[in-house]
Design a protein around this ligand. Structure first.
Ligand code: ATP
Ligand code: MG
Length: 728
């Protein structure tokens, strides 16, 4: 028996003709260009198994590179599952960055150059100096005599990464676009600062790649050492490898040419970070003796998903034409759900997840990390464990969240000038900076309200006096109020929304982002009774977000950006926030209108990556309004709807959206309106599941025994959607 037949027996995977050819390929370069779910990663692992088992290659002489730490780990785990008998003799699975860092460390040691990492190092905090963010903030301030916004920082960092990954020489910097004024100057100041600004060389994440590339060019001994270390180099997801990364790999394999790569140009989603899929399409130019294979059979998804995704991606012009197909058994159509408003989305998805079960095989995918908080809140309330791949770390420490907590602190006690100082420009007390400074200089008196002190000791205009008296009353009235009432009052009566609008105009913040944060806070506050509970809930969610990594593979739903979902697969996939402005983004559309189609095509590829994660059930979610504004469902959803004929569209009733796609649930006047009425022993009728009896309540969850089965549902969602009525 040969290796391939052995694998069929052991791992249950019978490689097809092309996969076999790729896995058992001899020496020299090979490129496997293939569709999603066609077994690229599987074949890569089989090849390693083949080299080790059949060819007797030592695992340590094989280097397998992939795009993220998480996928390097996933690969290692999959390898263990396929080849448990190898007893941990796995090859070196890693990212190019970690390989580059190893090279850089050695290179700088050999040159006796002291260095310090300023990014990409676990445990580095914002306050530790120097770090990349701080240096850039300072350089921007020096150039513009102003502060940089978060958006500008994001854009500037993207620009720097792009320039480095594309290996753009200084004289051609002008060709690279960046929305931050004088980015070119800030970039060259930054490079100089890293070289000469401190007592040692400062190295950021992208420098690891450029320095490693230089090291391998300049230090022949080092190059030879690394070339000798690995006899075989393989890369997965190579469509997202950047030019500098290709250059490093090219040097590594120069002596033997044993480079084995898999890629799918339709899944290239890091163009904005300088991925270079074109390089692979020119593979033959770099490696004239390369073998190039193609795979089009998908083993992952149902024919419906495969067919729709295949037709969808043909909208892109800039691609190699492929025709993905599958022989898998047929399944359900893709469900397209139009919710009346954004606010129903998280609860709706939660309810569907509860219904479908199989949490570990379920993923919720979104384009922006900011979508994760609402989802996490809804899942957590329903007691559903989740694993968040890349949480929105900025949310809980965002200054808008801090502001709201400080307003709330003022309702507990209005005697602390230090708290007033933080928010005095953000409500309609019209306190000037100068007046605030005068207040801070007064002798401390911890028994007197800051408002009284202002009124008594600081010269004020008449209109200010009136306003301050009103504000003082408002803060007093809020004492003990429910957090939702407090947030609404802060936004409205105390004028926080208006103040935000002004700072958006002045500082260039994105208004919809800030309003989104406030609406998320309202959503979190909604069922809570006290502001202490609200503050505790925020802490709880933040902790859960950080700890959710521990839930991986432990029966938890995966929450992930579409980007980070690359390479993964799940039985059930929900893609959320599929509206114009998000996917495609406003920028994608603007550029497309100007005839620059790259971004729009990349957004479509991202959408395609999301869709092709689903094995069996795929649901696309859009909505008609968000934060009081009309929004359009994504054009990509419309295209899917058009491709999938006849479309299966859920019509959701405006005031009471039902818990799943299908005909609207009529408004039920007898519906139970208070969660407190849901007690053990109560007999109820569910709008969808029929008659049942409550057998257990824990937190927000109620377990109801129906004829067919017992279901765990969210009490709040049942009540809000009017799904339960009492039964005698
Ligand atoms: P992606 O582009 O999303 O990374 P991929 O091409 O790497 O996908 P894999 O993840 O390797 O695809 O495989 C997709 C699924 O197909 C896996 O569940 C895998 O076990 C299965 N599979 C791959 N090849 C075969 C085969 N020859 N027979 C049966 N199942 C297969
Ligand atoms: Mg893969």
């Amino acid at each position: 028996m040969n290796f391939i037949d052995d694998m069929k027996k052991m791992a249950g995977v019978e490689l097809n003709e092309v996969q076999r050819e790729a896995a058992t390929h001899g020496e020299g370069p090979l490129l496997l260009l293939a569709s999603p779910g066609s077994g690229k990663t599987t074949t890569l692992l089989m090849r390693i198994g083949y080299l080790v088992e059949t060819k007797g290659v030592l695992a340590s002489r094989i280097k397998a590179v992939t795009f993220s730490k998480a996928s390097a780990m996933d690969m290692g785990e999959r390898f263990e599952r396929f080849f448990p008998h190898l007893g941990g003799a796995a090859p070196d699975f890693s990212t190019i960055h970690s390989l580059a860092f190893e090279i850089v460390r050695e290179f700088l040691r050999r040159r006796r150059i002291a260095y310090r990492l300023i990014e990409g190092q676990a445990g580095i905090t914002e306050d530790e100096l120097p770090n990349k963010t701080k240096i850039l903030l300072e350089l921007y301030r020096r150039t513009h005599d102003d502060y940089m916004t978060d958006d500008q920082m994001e854009e500037l960092t993207r620009y720097i990464g792009y320039v480095k990954n594309k290996l753009i020489p200084p004289e051609r910097l002008g060709e690279v676009k960046c929305d931050v004024p004088q980015a070119e100057k800030i970039f060259s100041d930054y490079e100089r600062y890293k070289q000469f600004g401190e007592d040692r060389l400062l190295v950021d994440y992208d420098d690891m790649l450029t320095i490693a590339n230089e090291a391998l060019s300049e230090d022949a001994e080092l190059l030879s050492k690394y070339q000798k270390r690995y006899d075989y180099v393989m890369t997965d997801e190579s469509q997202d490898t950047s030019l500098v990364q290709h250059a490093i790999v090219e040097k590594l394999v120069k002596s033997h040419g044993n480079l084995w790569v898999v890629a799918d140009d339709d899944q290239s989603i890091y163009g904005w970070r300088a991925a270079e899929p074109g390089y692979l399409l020119d593979f033959r130019r770099t490696y004239p003796n390369a073998r190039i294979l193609k795979l089009e059979q998908n083993y992952r998804s149902t024919p419906n998903i495969v067919d729709v995704a295949n037709r969808f991606i043909k909208r892109n012009k800039n691609r190699y034409d492929k025709n993905m197909f599958t022989d898998n058994p047929s399944g359900e159509p893709i469900v397209i759900t139009d919710l009346p408003d954004y606010k129903y989305q998280a609860k709706y998805v939660t309810e569907k997840i509860i219904d479908n079960g199989n949490l570990e095989e379920t993923a919720v995918l979104y384009r922006n990390n900011s979508s994760s908080i609402m989802l996490m809140n809804a899942l957590d309330r329903a007691g559903i464990p989740f694993y968040m791949k890349d949480g929105d770390n900025r949310f809980f420490s965002h200054w808008v969240v801090e502001d709201i907590l400080n307003f709330m602190r003022m309702t507990f006690s209005d005697k602390r000038p230090d708290i007033l100082e933080k928010i005095h420009l953000k409500f309609n007390g019209y306190i000037t900076k100068k007046q605030m400074a005068m207040l801070l200089e007064l002798k401390k008196d911890e028994d007197e309200s800051v408002f009284d002190r202002l009124l008594r000791h600081i010269p004020l205009q008449d209109y200010q006096i009136k306003q301050l008296e009103t504000c003082k009353m408002t803060f007093l009235q809020l004492q003990g109020a429910a957090p939702l009432v407090a947030i609404r009052t802060i936004r409205d009566r105390l004028g926080y929304d208006k103040a935000l609008e002004k700072s958006c105009e002045r500082m260039g913040y994105r208004k919809e982002l800030l309003v989104g944060i406030l609406n998320t806070l309202e959503e979190i506050a909604e069922p809570l009774e006290t502001m202490e509970q609200f503050a505790a809930r925020l802490k709880h969610l933040e902790r859960n977000m950080k700890q959710s990594r521990m839930n991986k593979g432990a029966g938890a739903v995966t929450l992930s950006t579409m980007h980070s979902s690359k390479g993964l697969e799940f039985e059930n996939v929900y893609m959320v926030d599929l509206v114009e402005g998000i996917i495609p983004s406003g920028d994608d559309v603007k550029k497309d209108d100007k005839g620059e189609t790259d971004e729009m095509e990349e957004a479509a590829r991202l959408f395609y990556v999301g869709m092709t994660r689903a094995k069996t059930n795929l649901e696309l979610l859009a909505y008609k309004t968000r934060d009081g504004e009309q929004v359009q469902p994504s054009r990509f959803v419309a295209e899917v709807r058009h491709i999938q004929h006849p479309p299966k569209t859920a019509q959701i009733n405006q005031s009471h959206p039902p818990r799943q796609a299908g005909p609207a649930v009529p408004v039920n006047p007898n519906a139970i309106k208070e969660p407190s009425a849901l007690v053990v022993g109560a007999k109820v009728r569910h709008a969808v599941f029929g008659d049942g009896e409550i057998v257990l309540t824990i937190g927000d969850s109620v377990e109801i025994r129906f004829d067919a089965e017992t279901k765990r549902l969210s009490a709040n969602i049942c009540v809000q959607m009017g799904l339960l009525e009492p039964r005698s």
